[in-house]
Write a protein of this length. Structure first.
Length: 440
């Protein structure tokens, strides 16, 4: 079976030595990377059904978005200039509750399309309480790689006695979802246990989710934590202890857990995260827009904590372009420390690729360009004015590039986007449906 050769002026591998191959190429067969090397060598050794020209291009691993809410995409621009709790209670939760099954599907496909268009090939996605299977169907249909699942919340933020959904019903539903969807599409779709946050979760639900996760080697718990000072104060009032201490006491922390945000921590909480092996998802744009604070990524990395990058949802960003997160993540750490050497380009690019893959326990499959890994690859155009002159491909990716420079996105060996064309969806029909929602 003949595969595809993708050429590039630079192949940025993000492997263990951060190898960059000038005038390089990758040979892809079925859904795997079969060879990586110099352009001429690959052309001479491998027969292909197609050669994709790499003139004025950088080939890099598909980006890994470690915390997203694709279902919120139809709410982009609707919740502006609000504090986190008001943003959530006044706009986002009511908006999610109002969605029909068709709205959920449309919103998710629209979000995934933006990710794919801007170079993201994998996401860790929190859906909504109702119609979450439509979000999973959206991921299956468009071709993105995802850890994905229903949003889990059973109690009201202000009144823990007010049930939003029966805990037993939630567990029954997600157990059924795991049977239906986990490791489907040749492993491209994996289920995720998405606890919204402590203020919306009863201790009974948390205990049942922890127990359920322990039955599976490859299903992760994904939740928000210590995002905002006021939110953290409410947690302390309700639980009698700080956010991370409460999660630790509830057995949520651990190697199979991802915490989004993790900004407002004390020294003991950093230690709890490190010792438990808990992973962190850093969301610089969302944290900036909602004035949540600047997470101390330098400290996490110095402690050996694995940290990935993320966009969060469209209403608190308002983009799903990981290149914006890469750039801002580096700049914010330098501002926080007043040190221009903090979080250098190479390190932050790894956060969006191989470290993101580690965050999602997928580093053996994705996150770098290496023989045997899944063919999740993106081509970045470097012919436009923002790329001239180009002294270093990594610093260009981090400081100058944009998701709009992506000209090809391949996921699991399939080209899902190329030169303005989506191959798995009707993008114009999708945009029309999104506009109809606005009119409604």
């Amino acid at each position: 079976m003949k595969g595809i050769i993708i050429e590039a002026d630079y192949v940025v591998t993000c492997n263990s030595t951060d190898e960059i191959i000038k005038d390089g190429a990758v040979y892809v067969e079925e859904n795997k990377i079969k060879a990586v090397g110099k352009r001429d060598t690959i052309a001479n050794y491998y027969a292909s059904s197609r050669i994709i020209s790499g003139k004025n291009k950088i080939l890099l691993p598909g980006l890994v978005n470690t915390h997203s809410h694709s279902v919120q995409t139809l709410l982009r621009g609707k919740a502006e200039d609000l504090s986190l709790i008001d943003w959530l209670q006044k706009v986002i939760l009511p908006g999610e509750r109002s969605f029909s099954a068709d709205n959920v599907y449309t919103s998710c496909v629209l979000g995934f399309a933006e990710m794919i268009r801007t170079g993201t090939t994998t996401c860790n996605d929190m859906l909504t309480v109702h119609h979450s299977e439509e979000g999973i169907r959206a991921a299956i249909d468009i071709g993105i790689r995802a850890r994905i699942g229903k949003m889990l919340m059973d109690v009201d933020i202000n009144n823990k006695k007010e049930k939003l959904e029966k805990t037993s019903d939630i567990i029954a539903e997600i157990t059924d979802h795991i049977k239906k969807y986990h490791n489907r599409q040749k492993g491209r779709i994996k289920y995720s246990l998405n606890l919204r946050f402590l203020l919306n979760n009863s201790t009974d639900l948390i205990a049942e989710v922890v127990k359920l996760q322990q039955k599976y080697d490859d299903i992760l718990i994904h939740t928000h934590a210590s995002e905002n000072r006021n939110e953290s104060k409410l947690v302390t009032q309700q639980f009698g202890k700080s956010y991370i201490r409460a999660l630790n006491e509830l057995n949520v922390l651990g190697k199979n857990t991802i915490l989004a945000h993790a900004i407002w921590l004390d020294e003991e909480e950093y230690k709890l995260i490190k010792e438990s092996g808990t992973k962190i998802s850093h969301n610089p744009s969302s944290n900036s827009k909602l004035a949540s604070g600047i997470a101390d990524i330098v400290k996490f990395q110095e402690l050996g904590v694995i940290v990935g990058l993320a966009t969060d949802g469209a209403p608190c960003n308002n983009n799903l372009d990981m290149f914006k997160e890469i750039r801002l993540a580096s700049f914010l750490q330098r501002l926080k420390y007043l040190d221009e050497k903090k979080l250098p380009a190479k390190n932050v690019l790894r956060m969006a690729t191989i470290e993101g893959a580690k965050t999602l326990h997928m580093e053996k499959e994705i996150g770098s360009i290496e023989i045997g890994k899944k063919a999740d690859l993106v081509l970045l155009d470097i012919s436009d004015v923002n790329a001239i002159p180009l002294y270093d491909p990594i610093t260009h990716i981090v400081y100058s590039a944009s998701g709009k420079d992506i000209v090809l996105t391949m996921i699991d060996g399939t080209i899902v986007y190329e030169d303005g064309v989506f191959h798995t969806i009707d993008i114009e029909k999708l945009k029309d449906k999104a506009k109809q929602y606005l009119k409604s």
